[in-house]
Design a protein around this ligand. Structure first.
Ligand SMILES: [Zn+2]
Length: 215
């Protein structure tokens, strides 16, 4: 049975999550298979660009992880080893990542190969030093980024999600899109994830929540 369901265009938007230098090859938090030098399906950039330029979406939104120095998601701030679980000053459990996507640094920039000119809006997330924000809609403290309102005011009813990383920010953004009432799909072929096991878990969690995951 084919699992491809055409999006309800033109009321559909594409959200491209965190296609930034620090998440690509050579970056501080490089995600496997995100590199533009690899041909699709190994590298996601050609597919993401194709969707942005020719996907027929009414709106294209880029999210951008954009942390202040000393952000609560950094191992250097939490004082625990990389990738261990620490606790933020606000008392939240937090995975300890390398310093990444620090505002004003090259690592926070979009990948130069990304067709950013096709974007209608850029949503920066993780800007509050006290809270992380895997989701493009709201941070861990519940503060909205404005993305839901932006899409709703544009008459958007359906959302496709692509980008990095499948098992973290893509998942969180898709779950919040669904919670905000958008018919939500994750386009796996245009996503890159951190770990195979985590990706499988993310797919199961997304499907259980009602998000359509397209292989
Ligand atoms: Zn981050």
């Amino acid at each position: 049975m084919p699992n491809y369901i055409p999006a309800a265009k033109p009321a559909a938007a594409l959200i491209v999550v965190d296609v930034q230098r620090d998440f690509m090859t050579g970056g501080a938090l490089a995600v496997p298979l995100a590199d533009e030098k690899l041909p699709a399906p190994e590298g996601i950039l050609p597919r993401v660009n194709g969707l942005m330029a020719g996907g027929g979406y009414a709106r294209v939104v880029l999210t951008q992880d954009f942390h202040p120095a000393g952000h609560c998601s950094f191992a250097s701030t939490l004082g625990v080893p990389l990738y261990a679980k620490g606790k933020t000053a606000a008392g939240r459990g937090q995975v300890a990542w390398p310093d990444h996507c620090v505002a004003g640094t090259a690592g926070a920039e979009f990948h130069p190969g990304l067709y950013a000119r096709y974007a209608n809006a850029i949503i920066r997330k993780g800007v509050n030093p006290a809270y992380d924000s895997y989701s493009g809609f709201a941070d861990d403290g519940g503060e909205q980024t404005g993305l839901a309102g932006y899409l709703q005011s544009a008459g958007i009813t359906a959302v496709d999600v692509a980008g990095i990383a499948t098992d973290f920010c893509v998942k969180a953004t898709a779950l919040h899109a669904h919670e905000n009432g958008f018919a939500t799909r994750v386009l796996l072929g245009a996503c890159a994830g951190v770990a195979a096991a985590g990706i499988e878990e993310a797919i199961a969690e997304l499907r259980a929540a009602g998000v359509v995951v397209i292989e």
